[in-house]
Design a protein around this ligand. Structure first.
Ligand code: ADP
Ligand code: MG
Length: 304
């Protein structure tokens, strides 16, 4: 008797469950996206195809409800080999985020403000006339790099007063290049130099130098902003530039000094010693790697 009761309970339970399941499936079939899918592929509502693929249809409707809250991956019904499948594709917002992440990886920065990612060449061009030469030079680089003949294309050395938009222009060039799928590293040189000194302690100097010297396009921002020690000048900057010269890797610079004045600046080390020959060696490399362009115009820092 007991067994029979248990069996009965199970049957009732099963039956109700089936009914519940049936209801879910019926409402899934009424879903407008399912309906239009069935119409598109001319699948009759009561057909064997539907019966065979109820699980996919149910999964689709269920996932659609979920995606409504989480956003990221949108389910789609697809018709492959006479069978209904659910495929998940990233929605527009997720695709946009993935794109951004991709570009963020291509555009690396060291010690730069995060707004560099917003800089654009078009906006730079909106500035004063003093920027025209730099804008043209930037466009020229962006449109010729990489040279298919394998010929070396020098980067730019942007010289100009404080606030004229040199850093902004480097960032704008970088953004343009990463959108053409090139890798760029933009480094705030004075801060980087301090970090390198600290890196002596944990023996990571060489590793860091190797890492930055080999990037396809390197940009050193604000060169000459601080007095450099002989060590930073010769063993860090000098080594990086030497490598890039040998490998013919375009390198960009920005500085408040013209090349002529940077030479004088580099000739005096932090302790005040005169080292003109060492400075000349650095300048030789910079002149090989980049061509000087003067950026002029109003100080943009006070416009904000
Ligand atoms: P520099 O490096 O020559 O000292 P910056 O590139 O830092 O000058 O520019 C100074 C300020 O002006 C920054 O806040 C920068 O974001 C802003 N700026 C420069 N050029 C533009 C531009 N074309 N559009 C919008 N902001 C700009
Ligand atoms: Mg700057």
């Amino acid at each position: 008797m007991k067994d029979l009761a248990a069996q009965l309970a199970q049957i009732v339970h099963q039956h109700q469950w089936d009914k519940h399941y049936e209801n879910l499936l019926q409402s899934a079939l009424k879903d407008p996206d399912v309906q239009s899918f069935l119409t598109t592929y001319q699948i009759p509502p009561e057909s064997a195809v539907i019966k065979r693929n109820l699980d996919a249809i149910y999964e689709f409707v269920h996932a659609k409800g979920q995606a409504h809250f989480t956003g990221d991956y949108q389910p789609h019904l697809i018709w492959v080999n006479q069978t209904i499948h659910v495929s998940y594709q990233p929605d527009a917002a997720l695709r946009q985020r993935q794109r951004q992440q991709y570009f963020q990886q291509k555009f690396q920065t060291i010690d730069m403000a995060s707004d560099v990612r917003q800089a654009s060449l078009e906006d730079f061009a909106q500035g004063s006339e003093g920027r025209l030469a730099a804008y043209v030079a930037a466009l020229e680089f962006v449109s010729t790099y990489p040279q298919h003949s394998g010929e070396f294309i020098p980067g730019l050395y942007l010289a100009g007063d404080f606030g004229v938009g040199k850093t902004y222009l480097l960032a704008a060039i970088a953004n343009e290049l990463v959108h053409k799928d090139h890798n760029v590293l933009l480094v705030h040189f004075p801060t980087f130099a301090v970090q390198m000194k600290n890196a002596i302690g944990d023996n990571s100097v060489l590793e860091r130098v190797h890492k930055i010297q080999a990037v396809p396009i390197l940009m050193l921002d604000d060169l000459g902003a601080d007095a450099l020690s002989s060590w930073i000048r010769d063993e860090v900057l000098g080594v990086i530039l030497q490598y890039r010269m040998q490998e013919k890797l375009p390198t960009f610079f920005s500085s408040n000094f013209t090349m002529h004045d940077l030479k004088l600046h580099l000739a005096v080390n932090q302790r005040g010693d005169q080292e003109p020959i060492k400075a000349a060696r650095i300048m030789e490399r910079i002149r090989f790697l980049a061509r000087e362009v003067i950026v002029a115009g109003p100080n943009r820092r006070f416009e904000k």
